[in-house]
Each structure stands twice: as C-alpha cells, then as structure tokens.
Design a protein around this ligand. Structure first.
Ligand SMILES: *[C@@H]1O[C@H](CO)[C@@H](O)[C@H](O)[C@H]1NC(C)=O
Ligand SMILES: *[C@@H]1O[C@H](CO)[C@@H](O)[C@H](O)[C@H]1NC(C)=O
Ligand SMILES: *[C@@H]1O[C@H](CO)[C@@H](O)[C@H](O)[C@H]1NC(C)=O
Ligand SMILES: *[C@@H]1O[C@H](CO)[C@@H](O)[C@H](O)[C@H]1NC(C)=O
Length: 264
C-alpha cells in the first residue's frame, strides 16, 4: 500500500491527471499483487497482460502558427532565388532576393467538433515576365497538442519541396500532417519538451535560417510531424504577368498514439 500512496501523490513540479493516473496506480497495485502471487503471474502473462506498449486514438489539436519560410529557385546559379519569411531578421538578410508574396489561409473544422481538420494555404509569388520558378522549398509551422492521455504540446512543421526542369505556374499539394513517434509518449503528465520554435526567428544569423540546419535540428527530436502523402503536382504554363502559386491543403488526421503501459 505504501507504493500506491507514493504514486498518487507526486512531488512538486510533476503534474499528473488524476483520472488516468489512478488507472496507473491500479496497475501498480496489480503489479504488487502479482509479484507476490507467482502462480497467478504466469497465468496473466499468458493472457497478454505484460504488453509493454499500447496505442490509443486521438484527433490532435492543431493550429497553423502563421510562420512561413519560402525559398524559390529561379535558375541554376546559387544566387538565382527569391526568398521571404514571416521573420524580419531573415528578410533583412535577403537583399535583391527578397520578394513579398500574397498569402491567404483558412483553417476548417469540417465536423464542427471544435478541432480544426485542415488548413487551406495559398501563396502567390509575384514574378516579372522574365523570371521563372524551377523549384520551391516552403516551411509552415504548427502548434500540435494531444490531451487524451498525457498533455503533449509541441511546435512542429510541414516541409514542402518540389522542383522541375520545366518552369512552373503552380504547385498543388494535398497531404496529411502525420505524427512521427520515435519514442512512445507518456500515459499521463505534461510533456512540453518540444514546445520550442522550429525556426529561431529572433536570431540575426543566416545559419539559423539555413534549411539543412533547421531540418537537422528538427529531425533530432523524438516526436515530430511530417507532411506525408502530399502528392505534389507541378503545373506549368504560366502567363507572363501571372504570379507563381502554391496551393496547399494540409489535413490534421486522427492519430494512433503509442504509449507505454503502466506496468514497468
Ligand atoms: C508553448 O510555447 C508557447 C510559445 O512559446 C507558449 O506561449 C505556450 O504557453 C507554451 N505552452 C506550454 C503548455 O508550455
Ligand atoms: C535564438 O537565437 C538567439 C541569437 O543567436 C539566441 O540568443 C537564442 O538563444 C536562440 N533561441 C533559441 C530558442 O535557440
Ligand atoms: C529520445 O528517445 C531516446 C530513446 O528512446 C531516449 O534515450 C532519449 O532520452 C529521448 N530524448 C529526449 C529528448 O527525450
Ligand atoms: C487550389 O486548390 C483548390 C482545390 O483544392 C481549388 O479549388 C482552387 O481553385 C485552387 N486555387 C488556385 C489558385 O488554383
């Protein structure tokens, strides 16, 4: 019984959600009982009680953070590109390459359950008639939260990249913002270790906006989101005065989340 007391009164700084953790406490009590009843242990083990991991389903609470970083390649030379972001320090680093696009976004709650289901994102990059776009790289950032078991809060991204030898008029993307877990999430408590910016927008250094550095730091995380099955469609045939358009639909699907069972 001493163990049970300990578990239901966590120390300062540890926040458990009462309902779920009493399930955990029950698991601990079961563990205690089973430890002292070896014959039962064998019986229960054969019924799969000692699974180490389980899963649950949850629709995440996702919100577009209105952070955008765009690089559009306009030729083969290293200097042939246009760039823009929502970070003033990044824009400051661009000189002639800075080009401000027109952006419109809309998040939609299709089933009216109070959680957004998808983002419609449209970007129009104005081009001169002599300019062309051969490749684009785009980062959009999101606030991504889970609440059903543990409270998990992170800032994550969708990375969109597409290129073609033929100059484009539009890039159409339609995919899922999927959770990628390299580690199972806790069954209770609060986890904010990845509630950090994907892009350090306060930094004045160009290296902090380098896509390879941003992606390397992001991939170091155990839990991320990845834009998957995005099926990029590269459309060609731009009218001389037309902008280059990025038309993206990013869905926030229900996830199957891995978590450890309370049995240690
Ligand atoms: C996550 O980070 C954002 C931005 O820094 C902050 O406003 C928010 O309070 C944080 N959320 C939690 C649960 O710590
Ligand atoms: C962002 O960059 C600034 C300047 O380099 C640095 O002082 C700050 O610690 C960085 N913030 C994060 C969260 O890495
Ligand atoms: C990431 O997962 C590994 C393996 O599960 C673990 O050893 C490491 O501590 C985790 N890192 C963080 C920051 O939680
Ligand atoms: C973007 O795609 C949607 C379909 O998902 C379409 O209805 C809309 O017309 C497209 N916008 C542009 C500018 O092509």
């Amino acid at each position: 019984m001493a163990q049970l007391e300990l578990f239901s009164h966590p120390g300062p700084g540890v926040r458990y959600r009462a309902g779920l953790c009493s399930t955990a406490a029950l698991g601990l009590l079961l563990l205690w009982a089973l430890t002292y009843l070896p014959p039962l242990l064998v019986a229960y083990r054969s019924q799969g009680l000692w699974l180490k991991q389980s899963t649950y389903m949850e629709q995440p609470t996702v919100q577009f953070q209105y952070e955008v970083l765009l690089v559009a390649m306009t030729g083969a030379d290293p200097g042939s590109f246009l760039a823009w972001s929502t970070f003033p320090a990044f824009n400051h680093l661009q000189e002639d390459q800075l080009r401000v696009p027109l952006i419109s976004t809309r998040e939609e709650d299709k089933n009216h359950d109070g959680k957004m289901d998808q983002l419609h994102f449209k970007l129009e990059l104005p081009l001169q008639s002599t300019e062309q776009v051969l490749a684009v790289q785009l980062i959009l950032t999101f606030s991504y939260q889970l609440h059903r078991m543990s409270t998990f809060v992170m800032q994550s991204m969708a990375f969109i990249q597409s290129s073609s030898p033929i100059p484009g008029s539009q890039l159409y993307v339609n995919g899922d913002l999927k959770l990628h877990q390299r580690q199972s999430l806790s069954h209770c408590g609060v986890d904010i270790r990845y509630n950090v910016s994907v892009i350090n927008g306060t930094s004045p250094f160009a290296s902090d906006y380098d896509l390879t550095n941003i992606i390397a730091a992001y991939q170091d995380r155990n839990v991320t989101t990845v834009l998957s099955d995005s099926n990029p469609v590269w459309l060609v045939g731009r009218a001389a005065d037309a902008p280059f358009v990025i038309n993206a639909t990013i869905r926030y699907p229900v996830e199957v989340i891995l978590y450890p069972l309370a049995v240690v």
